[in-house]
Design a protein around this ligand. Structure first.
Ligand SMILES: Cc1ncc(COP(=O)(O)O)c(C=O)c1O
Length: 491
């Protein structure tokens, strides 16, 4: 049996019937056009590839073009129903209780800004916000702007506190986080999977710290709110918003097979009820509720719908959440894509467990093979199961962007730069890193192809290095040294 067609029984969740299905990555890949284009798509942390079914659905919906919530035409009524059912599917997929928890936005950046604007008026002079140095800029810059640009203009002065990470392992420093949270911390922000170093911070522990702060929220709750950035986490894991018990969770569909433009803010219903909208006009006003001296907001979730939503994108996104279990649980009888049945949560949990398992295998293989390349520093946790499906690295004496360009010439798609994780790069004293990232349609052969291409690029340059002094410099270990990898036996 090839590595690409094998059982995933050790780490698979769900019923025995679901566990016993073989994992055929070739069957999964048969749904994607990129496979035939000669591309080694290993930059999936930026965006994933869309399968043919979703592109076709996008095309079909565009031909049936009609707006929602403009109920006079039967076409509009039909599309409205599909749009609302899509929000139900999204809620079910993430384990939220209803579409009242789901605010469709463009992307996680918009979701973080949405939280910022809707809580803006609640902050008091002297409050603080705690975030981490692991964050994507989108979970730092809005809070920086709120504390430094916006609220000072209204005479309110907040501090923004940054939680450190361990420079060697990349893990969040929980003791430091605990020391930063106090009874003036209104909000704690934390990624569930970091997009450069790759650790998955223990959100339950972060939540416990936030819950114990005794901050006095305007609705009487005595705790800090918790915002979780799920952009790199939701696409590869079974998520249960109810048990996560975060107040806000953001993610994006363009990292889980869907064409660009749709993301989600999942939020606790009572907070969406009590906070102010962040966009005004359009569907967010109640029917017949606009007067010269008074405006009434619509009920949830429309209270947060500022105008015509991304109708086609939302419907396609919800179908992706049905197609993903179909792909990951191939061989079962009932298909969810296009079906009028509700999404089966057990299928979602089983499918995402299998995807997490496959991604973990690919990441472990990449870690092991990259570690064998001379003068290469891998950033973040050394154990594959402690990290998300990406590996960032630098090669001593080589420019990260040039490495990515050289990989591109070998048809391997990588990303170099700071990946919008500017704080973490700064903290390690580097400007850039090169990153390979995987998704469940990637194969072990593609991991090998990417690493072989990198090894060849590094070897070619080592031979070309002119002087013995340059060679000696290239052998010197960089500042954040790579300690030996300890790969988990589970992989
Ligand atoms: C962890 C994380 N958060 C947020 C974002 C922002 O996503 P978007 O550009 O879709 O807003 C990204 C994008 O890569 C990310 O990796």
């Amino acid at each position: 049996m090839s590595a690409a067609t094998m059982p995933l029984e050790n780490t698979t969740m769900g019923t025995p019937a679901r566990q016993n299905q073989a994992w055929s990555v070739e069957a999964i890949r048969s749904h994607f056009d990129f496979v035939h284009a000669g591309r080694t798509v290993t930059n999936n942390a930026a965006s994933t590839q869309p399968p043919r079914e979703l592109l076709a659905l996008h095309h079909t919906l565009a031909q049936q073009y009609v707006n929602v919530h403009r109920v006079q035409s039967s076409a509009s009524m039909h599309t409205t129903k599909r749009f609302e059912a899509a929000c139900d599917d999204i809620a079910c997929f993430v384990g939220a209780s209803s579409r009242n928890n789901i605010i469709v936005v463009h992307n996680p950046t918009a979701a973080h800004n949405a939280v910022m604007y809707s809580l803006m008026t609640e902050f008091r002079d002297g409050d603080n916000i705690v975030t981490t140095e692991l964050e994507h800029n989108s979970n730092f810059v809005p809070w920086f702007a709120l504390c430094n640009h916006i609220l000072p203009k209204f005479g309110r002065h907040l501090t923004l506190r940054l939680t450190r990470f361990d420079p060697d392992s990349g893990e969040l420093d929980l003791a430091h986080l605990a020391s930063l949270i106090d009874d003036r911390t209104k909000l704690v922000c934390c990624t569930a999977a970091a997009n450069f170093l790759g650790p998955k911070p223990p959100i339950a522990a972060v939540r416990t710290l936030a819950a114990a702060s005794r901050y006095s929220q305007p609705n009487g709750e005595r705790r800090s709110y918790l915002l979780v950035d799920g952009a790199q986490w939701v696409p590869g894991n079974a998520v249960d918003f109810a048990s996560l018990d975060a107040d806000y969770l953001s993610f994006s569909f363009h990292k889980m097979l869907v064409p660009f433009g749709v993301g989600v803010l999942v939020a606790k219903e009572h907070l969406l009820e009590s906070s102010l909208p962040f966009m005004y006009g359009g569907d967010m006003v109640g029917e017949g509720q606009v007067f010269a001296d008074r405006v009434g907001f619509n009920a949830l979730p429309l209270k947060y719908a500022e105008g015509t939503p991304h109708i086609i994108g939302t419907i396609v996104a919800a179908q992706a959440l049905r197609l993903i279990p179909d792909l990951a649980l191939q061989g079962r009888q009932a298909h969810s894509f296009g079906s009028p049945r509700d999404i089966d949560r057990a299928d979602v949990v089983a499918a995402m467990g299998r995807i997490a398992s496959w991604n973990g295998r690919l990441a472990a293989q990449a870690l092991e093979r990259l570690a064998a390349i001379p003068c290469l520093t891998i950033y973040g946790p050394r154990e594959a199961q402690r990290r998300s499906l990406l590996v960032a690295f630098n090669v001593q004496g080589r420019d990260a962007v040039n490495l990515a360009r050289a990989l591109n010439e070998a048809s391997v798609e990588a990303r170099a730069g700071c990946h919008c994780a500017a704080l973490a790069h700064r903290s390690l004293g580097i400007n850039a890193s090169c990153r390979l990232s995987f998704y469940f349609y990637n194969t072990p052969a593609e991991v090998d192809r990417a690493v072989d291409a990198l090894a060849a690029i590094v070897a070619a340059r080592s031979v070309a290095l002119a002087s013995p002094r340059e060679r000696a410099r290239a052998q010197t270990r960089p500042r954040s040294a790579a300690t030996p990898l300890h790969l988990s036996p589970a992989f």
